[in-house]
Ligand binder design. Structure first.
Ligand SMILES: [Fe+2]
Length: 331
């Protein structure tokens, strides 16, 4: 099989979550949240852009000034040019428009160059092979984050068209099904499917309501996860978030499927950050997908959710019954 035409499934373990691009009018708040609460290093700040790093990559979390208060795009790092070419070929075969970013756009992402298209739910998909690196020692309020071969974390997305959304990640990135969780939250039954792209148990989770499909979440992603290196890092981050007054949405707890110990804090743009420690990695030889009841073995108790929050979610869920969720051509 030539490098230009990898076998079906060949992109598994060739894709990692590389960076996250947020649009926000709250750059000062994001500076404090990213640096002082999450413990990342401020890598860049000007009137339009804020960038934070958490490892050798120059930039991992990029916040662009704008009114959106949402995630604009996710950068996906491909192992090499052949893997990138294969993803671009798969997108083009389906008639999905892809375009090359300008050199200036690439600089804002901290990569040598990237390609972009619009993915499920209008989430920007940015594809790159070569991050710009900064080998200077990190100056962070935490010892380290676990990134590397597993990428910078995972995202969880709510969808009213989960079959199409799951097909996108399976067909474009050769995602594998890790497991499922059935959860009962606020009187709704949620089916959550977890997909892995590499040794990380999941890089993408897709949640949908059973029966009538509703989406109570305003933002394109429901949460974004980062993985702390040590238990001390996790507990210190929890204390910093609380002391700085960032709302803890779910207190400390442990997940049923990947066994990660984590808490959830609300970011300045409304979506949540899951700060976690020690999720299991998947052993490809022995793994069997299973179905778990409930998201947590213990903990993850809802905190600081106001009646206004709940009413807002209910209103959005009802409004989401009209209008079609965006999916790329062919999905
Ligand atoms: Fe998560």
């Amino acid at each position: 099989m030539s490098a230009a035409h990898p076998a079906p499934g060949a992109l598994f373990d060739a894709v990692t979550l590389g960076y996250l691009v947020v649009e926000s009018a709250r750059l000062d708040d994001w500076r404090q949240f990213g640096e002082d609460a999450l413990g990342m290093e401020l890598a860049h700040r000007d009137a339009h852009t804020l960038a934070l790093r958490m490892d050798r990559h120059q930039r991992r979390l990029i916040v662009q000034a704008g009114p959106g208060e949402d995630v604009l795009a996710i950068g996906w790092q491909l192992r090499d040019q052949a893997a990138l070419d294969e993803v671009l070929a798969r997108l083009r075969r389906r008639g999905i428009a892809v375009s090359a970013a300008s050199a200036e756009q690439a600089r804002t992402r901290g990569v040598a160059g990237y390609w972009q298209c619009t993915g499920p739910k209008g989430l920007g998909i940015e594809l790159f092979t070569t991050p710009l690196l900064n080998e200077a020692p990190l100056r962070m309020r935490t010892s380290a984050f676990v990134t590397g071969q597993s990428g910078m974390g995972h995202v969880a997305i709510t969808s009213r068209r989960p079959e199409a959304m799951l097909a996108f990640w399976h067909d474009i990135f050769d995602a594998r099904h890790s497991d499922d969780i059935v959860a009962h939250i606020s009187g709704l039954t949620l089916d959550i499917r977890f997909l892995r792209l590499n040794p990380r148990h999941h890089s993408i989770a897709v949640a949908c309501t059973r029966g009538r499909r509703m989406d109570p979440i305003r933002t394109r992603i429901q949460h974004f996860n980062v993985q702390a290196a040590t238990l001390d890092d996790l507990s210190a981050a929890y204390v910093r978030c609380r002391q700085l007054g960032y709302p803890i949405v779910l207190g400390m707890g442990q997940h049923t499927n990947d066994k990660e110990l984590s808490f959830y804090v609300r970011s300045p743009s409304g979506f949540e950050i899951e700060y976690g420690w020690q999720p299991i990695q998947v052993d490809e030889q022995a793994w069997q997908p299973s179905i778990h009841q409930g998201i947590s073995i213990w903990g993850h108790r809802p905190q600081q959710q106001t009646l206004g929050d709940k009413l807002g979610e209910m209103g959005r869920a009802l409004r989401s019954l009209v209008g079609r969720e965006f999916m790329p051509n062919g999905f």
